[in-house]
Write a new protein. Sequence first.
Length: 160
Amino acid sequence: MNSTDPQNVNIERLVAQILSSQPNSIAPRSLEERVLRTLRDRTALPWWRRAYSEWPSAARMGFIFASAGLVGLVLAVAAWIDLGTRAVREITWLMQPIIWGGHLIHVASTLHEALGATVHSLPLQWIYGFGVIFVACYAMFFTLSAAAYRTLFVDMPYQR
């Protein structure tokens, strides 16, 4: 629509006239008191209880440095704890032939090698063809699902 259209201009004038003729609504006295009390309470708060953007810049910079120091401390403690668990990992590695997890890892790596050899032996055109077929099947499934949803649920009248 063009805003200079005479019909739009007439509608805008009519709406403006109707809205300007409405009386101003006055807030209830209890609402006004609650809002003013809340504003007073917020301004009376100390700076550290206010929003971070209202903190003094020195306090914000101090908070950033303290947070960075805390992150460094946590990482240092994690590295220190890791030294104690290294011995457990070495024992687990020595016992790996006995543990089922070692066998599962061996089976998974064998399957990975077999799948890699199979994929590398396929011609590139076949891989592209499988990709196109996969995308076509996905699009068909999406289309059929949307049609089924529209048929079963969208056009149903509401039951009460």
